[in-house]
Design a protein around this ligand. Structure first.
Ligand SMILES: Nc1ncnc2c1ncn2[C@@H]1O[C@H](COP(=O)(O)OP(=O)(O)OP(=O)(O)O)[C@@H](O)[C@H]1O
Length: 419
C-alpha cells in the first residue's frame, strides 16, 4: 500500500496537518474496495484530490474518471448529461447521446456538489447505486453500468434532508465512508507552506523572482480566516506575484491584498445562520469591495495630484466637491495639501456630526446609503463576471477560477443576473 507521503508527492498535495493526513490515509484504505465515499469540507479545501486518489489506487484506474459539478449543470439538462438521452427525447435531441454513467462504465464518477442534484435525479442516482441500473431520458430500456461513485459536498446534507431537498436514503447510500477535509484556518502550519508553493509556481509561470514574506507577513497570513480556503490563498498568491515589483512582502503589502474581515455586508449578515453560500458569496463581495476601495483610492490620489500640481483655479471652482471628498474643515477656505496628504485622503466627515440634529434623517440617510452601496456592489459584481466570462471565452470553470469562486456560485450568479 502506498504511503500517505508518496501520495502527497504524486498528487502535489501540500501540507502536514494530521487531519489532512488522516483524510488521505482513509482514501488509500477505501480505494481498492467499491465502497461509496462522501467527501465533506468547505469550498476550496481540495476535495477533488480525494476521488482522484481513490480512482488511481483502485482496480478501475485504467477505466474512465469523470468529474461532474452537479451545481454547474442546469436542472433541465442534468438527467441527460448523467444518464444520456434518446433521439427525439426533447426539442434539440437530434441524436442519441451517451451519459456519463454509460461512458464511465468500469471507471469512477466524481459527483461534486451532490446536494445540488434535483430530487428526480436523486431517484435515478439511487437506482444506479443500488443495482447499477439506469434509463436514458426518453427511453424505456433499462441499461446496466458498473461505476464507482465518489460524491462531495460543501453543505451540511442533514440540513438539506431536513428541508426535504435531499433524500435520506441516498445520503446513507453515498456516505458509506465519510472523508472530511479541514478548512485552511484549522491548518495554520500549512498556510505558509502552501503560499510558498504557489508563489514559486507563479514566479516560474510569470518569469519573475519568487516572493518572500517577512515574519510579520507570515503572521498575517496565518491569522487570516481564509473563508475561500486554498483556492483563495492561491488567488492572493497569484495577485501578489503578478502585481508587486518589490518581492520582499511586508505585512502591510499582504494586508492590502486581503479583504477586510468582519465587513458588515448584507449577504454576510443574511448567511450567518449557516446558509450554504456563505463562504463563496462573501468571497466575491469582499473581492468587489476591495476593488472598489482601491479604485476610490486611486481616484482620490489622482485628483489630489491634479490639484497639487495644477492651478488654484481647480480648487476655487471645486471647493464644495473638495470639501466633500477630503473632509469639511470649519473656516477652511483652502485645504493644506502639503500637510499629510494621505490623512486627508481618508478623512471623511463624521456621520454623527452630519446628522446630529435629526436622528430619523440620520437613519433614513444611512438606509439609502446602504441600498445605493448594495446596488453599486452588484453592478461591480456583474461587470467582473461579464469581463471574466468574455476573457475566458465563456468557459465557466476558467472564469470561476479567475474570480476565486466555485463554478456553482458562478452559475447561480449568471442565472441571478440573467447574464
Ligand atoms: N493540499 C493542496 N496542495 C496544493 N494545492 C491544493 C491542495 N488542496 C487543494 N489545492 C488546490 O486548491 C484549489 C481548490 O481545490 P478543489 O477544487 O479541490 O477544492 P474543492 O474543495 O473541491 O472546492 P469546491 O467545493 O468549491 O469545488 C485547486 O486549485 C487545487 O489544486
Amino acid at each position: 500500500m502506498e504511503s500517505v507521503q508518496a501520495i502527497k508527492q504524486r498528487f502535489e498535495i501540500i501540507g502536514n496537518d494530521p487531519k489532512l493526513n488522516r483524510a488521505i490515509e482513509k482514501a488509500i484504505q477505501v480505494a481498492p474496495t467499491d465502497i461509496s465515499v462522501l467527501v465533506a469540507g468547505e469550498s476550496g479545501v481540495g476535495k477533488e484530490n480525494i476521488p482522484r486518489i481513490i480512482h488511481s489506487l483502485s482496480h478501475r484506474k485504467h477505466g474512465k474518471y469523470i468529474a461532474v459539478n452537479c451545481g454547474a449543470i442546469p436542472e433541465g439538462t442534468i438527467d441527460s448529461e448523467l444518464f444520456g438521452h434518446e433521439k427525439g427525447a426533447f426539442t434539440g435531441a437530434t441524436n442519441t447521446r451517451e451519459g456519463y454513467f454509460e461512458v464511465a462504465d468500469g471507471g469512477t464518477i466524481f459527483l461534486d456538489e451532490v446536494g445540488e442534484l434535483p430530487l428526480t435525479t436523486q431517484v435515478r442516482l439511487l437506482r444506479v447505486l443500488e443495482n447499477g441500473e439506469f434509463i436514458k431520458v426518453g427511453s424505456s430500456q433499462v441499461q446496466k453500468t458498473d461505476v464507482r461513485i465518489v460524491a462531495a459536498t460543501n453543505v451540511n446534507l442533514f440540513h438539506a434532508i431536513e428541508k426535504g431537498k435531499f433524500r435520506e436514503d441516498l445520503y446513507y447510500r453515498l456516505s458509506t465512508v465519510d472523508i472530511t477535509l479541514p478548512p485552511l484556518r484549522e491548518r495554520k502550519e500549512d498556510i505558509h507552506l502552501l503560499f510558498r508553493k504557489f508563489a514559486s509556481d507563479f514566479a516560474h509561470k510569470y518569469k519573475m523572482p519568487p516572493l518572500k514574506l517577512d515574519e510579520n507577513a507570515i503572521a498575517v497570513l496565518q491569522k487570516f480566516r481564509w473563508s475561500g480556503n486554498i483556492r483563495q490563498l492561491r488567488n492572493v498568491a497569484e495577485q501578489i506575484s503578478v502585481l508587486e515589483t518589490n518581492r520582499e512582502i511586508t505585512a502591510a503589502t499582504l494586508q492590502s491584498y486581503l479583504p477586510a474581515e468582519g465587513t458588515n455586508l448584507p449577504s454576510v449578515i443574511k448567511d450567518k445562520k449557516g446558509d450554504s453560500d456563505f463562504n463563496t458569496e462573501r468571497e466575491i463581495l469582499y473581492k468587489v469591495l476591495f476593488d472598489m476601495k482601491s479604485d476610490l483610492h486611486d481616484l482620490k490620489k489622482l485628483t489630489l495630484e491634479l490639484m497639487q500640481s495644477g492651478s488654484s483655479k481647480v480648487q476655487e471652482t471645486n471647493q464644495n466637491l473638495i470639501k466633500k471628498i477630503y473632509g469639511s474643515q470649519e473656516n477652511d477656505s483652502e485645504i493644506d495639501f502639503e500637510e499629510e496628504p494621505r490623512t486627508a485622503l481618508i478623512a471623511t466627515p463624521n456621520k454623527e456630526e452630519r446628522y446630529q440634529e435629526n436622528d430619523d434623517s440620520y437613519l433614513f440617510a444611512e438606509t439609502i446609503e446602504e441600498e445605493e452601496e448594495i446596488l453599486r456592489l452588484e453592478q461591480k459584481e456583474i461587470e467582473m463576471i461579464k469581463k471574466s466570462l468574455e476573457k475566458n471565452k465563456g468557459k465557466r470553470k476558467a472564469a470561476a477560477d479567475e474570480l476565486g469562486i466555485s463554478e456553482r456560485t458562478l452559475y447561480r450568479k449568471i442565472k441571478q443576473f440573467d447574464l
